[in-house]
Ligand binder design. Structure first.
Ligand SMILES: [Zn+2]
Ligand SMILES: [Zn+2]
Length: 95
């Protein structure tokens, strides 16, 4: 039996996200952002017998590994949320 790793953190995958990709329990709510092919075409996701993979309109099937090598996953931590900046009135004089 093949051990599948979570596409986000490489830990052993025991779940799947809504796109059909193997994930750990922690990342099953995460989804992959739009992926591009090496030819710049946007890849569509297909679910096959061996799990999810990508299809490029120009190049045909693209494995998850290949797609991730073209589109490195950037950690989508909470830092993506813009922080609210509050300027206190006593700081305005300084600016
Ligand atoms: Zn994970
Ligand atoms: Zn392509």
């Amino acid at each position: 039996m093949r051990i599948t790793n979570c596409i986000f953190c490489r830990q052993q995958a025991i779940a799947k996200n809504e796109q059909g990709f193997a994930t750990c329990n922690m990342h099953k709510k995460e989804v992959l952002p739009e992926m591009n092919c090496a030819c710049k075409e946007i890849l569509s996701i297909k679910n096959g017998k061996y799990g999810a993979f990508f299809i490029c309109a120009n190049c045909g099937p693209i494995s998850l590994k290949k797609a991730l090598s073209i589109n490195p996953l950037v950690e989508t931590e909470k830092k993506a949320v813009p922080k609210e900046i509050t300027i206190r009135s006593d700081e305005i004089d300084f600016l």
